[in-house]
Design a protein around this ligand. Structure first.
Ligand code: C2E
Ligand code: CA
Ligand code: CA
Ligand code: CA
Length: 279
């Protein structure tokens, strides 16, 4: 039993080493990746549920790693967050987003809204607002077309600071959405603390709308609560027509998910806009 225990430990330790090794490898490369232009913003359409018209997109980071290929943000955002790289990376994302909005306007796509994810560090650092002011002025952007998504858990790390930040963002005319709504915090009291425009219902609730009556009730109640507070609602992770129909019946304004489209490169998103909508 003792030697078996030891064996297990060695196995565990080897697995740990692989994880640590991958982490170190990614972390080392990550700093270079920004310089080498290995990042790309993918866009996932957001649609109006009433008619499935594309009203905008969420920007989602992708990393073209020279050996690993396309790496998703779940694998590198936590590392970037811990190592501090998230600050320059987040600035790059915002700058790309501003450039994209400006190019859309120049090409007659000036009605599209772009949502950008903010990390906790970005929200609590001092650089965000000055950068935003610079970008809005430089590109002459309509701030209402830029939506900033902040997760419930990031906002609750420092509620007072977040309250001020969200207020500043909205004072500039930008839109603010609470991301992953319902996952992070056990109390809804922050909804009266924060000035926001929109709630994004987490995929975890949408997923089981059809099979779990509790999730159906939670989603319906969340939509009703948001509306009673004057907020609009986007549902994440919509994968089936039945989920869409449920959300539509509950007056959820917008949806995002594989049913409509996966995240894709910007050129592909723009091509999709030009294509006739399928029914
Ligand atoms: P998120 O903000 O909750 O983004 C939604 C995630 O759900 C995306 O994963 C998207 O690809 C995925 N998704 C969308 N529709 C569906 C669906 O119908 N089914 C399923 N199963 N998944 C769907 P992704 O792109 O891997 O991003 C993961 C997370 O990484 C994001 O979660 C966000 O927290 C973070 N992230 C992405 N880009 C950025 C960024 O520029 N800055 C920061 N700070 N975080 C980012
Ligand atoms: Ca998001
Ligand atoms: Ca989300
Ligand atoms: Ca999420």
């Amino acid at each position: 039993a003792k030697s078996q225990g030891r064996g297990n430990f060695q196995f565990f330790s080897a697995a740990m080493n692989v994880a640590t090794h991958e982490r170190l490898m990614l972390e080392n490369r990550l700093w270079l990746a920004l310089e080498q232009h290995e990042f790309e913003l993918y866009l996932q359409p957001q649609v109006r549920l009433a008619d499935q018209a594309i009203i905008g997109a969420e920007a989602l980071l992708r990393w073209h790693h020279p050996e690993l290929g396309l790496v998703g943000p779940d694998r590198f955002i936590p590392i970037a967050e811990e190592s501090g790289l998230i600050l320059p990376l987040g600035e790059w994302v915002l700058q790309q987003a501003a450039t994209l909005l400006a190019s859309w306007r120049a090409r007659g796509l000036g009605h599209l809204r772009l949502a950008v994810n903010l990390s906790a560090r970005q929200c609590h650092g001092a650089g965000l607002l000055p950068q935003l002011d610079r970008l809005l002025a430089e590109h002459g952007l309509d701030p209402a077309l830029l939506e900033l998504e902040i997760t419930e858990s990031a906002a609750m790390q420092d509620p007072e600071r977040s309250r001020k930040l969200l207020r500043e963002l909205r004072a500039r005319g930008c839109k603010v959405a609470i991301d992953d709504f319902g996952t992070g915090y056990s109390s809804l009291s922050y909804l009266k603390l924060f000035e926001i425009d929109r709630i994004k219902i987490d995929r975890g609730f949408v997923k089981d709308i059809e099979s779990d009556p509790n999730d159906a009730v939670i989603v319906a109640a969340t939509i009703a609560l948001a509306h009673s507070l004057g907020l609009s609602v986007v549902a994440e992770g919509v994968e089936t027509a039945a989920q869409r129909d449920f959300l539509r019946a509950k007056q959820c304004e917008e949806g995002q998910g594989y049913l409509f489209a996966r995240p894709m490169p910007a050129v592909q998103f723009e091509a999709l806009l030009a294509a006739p909508a399928e029914q």
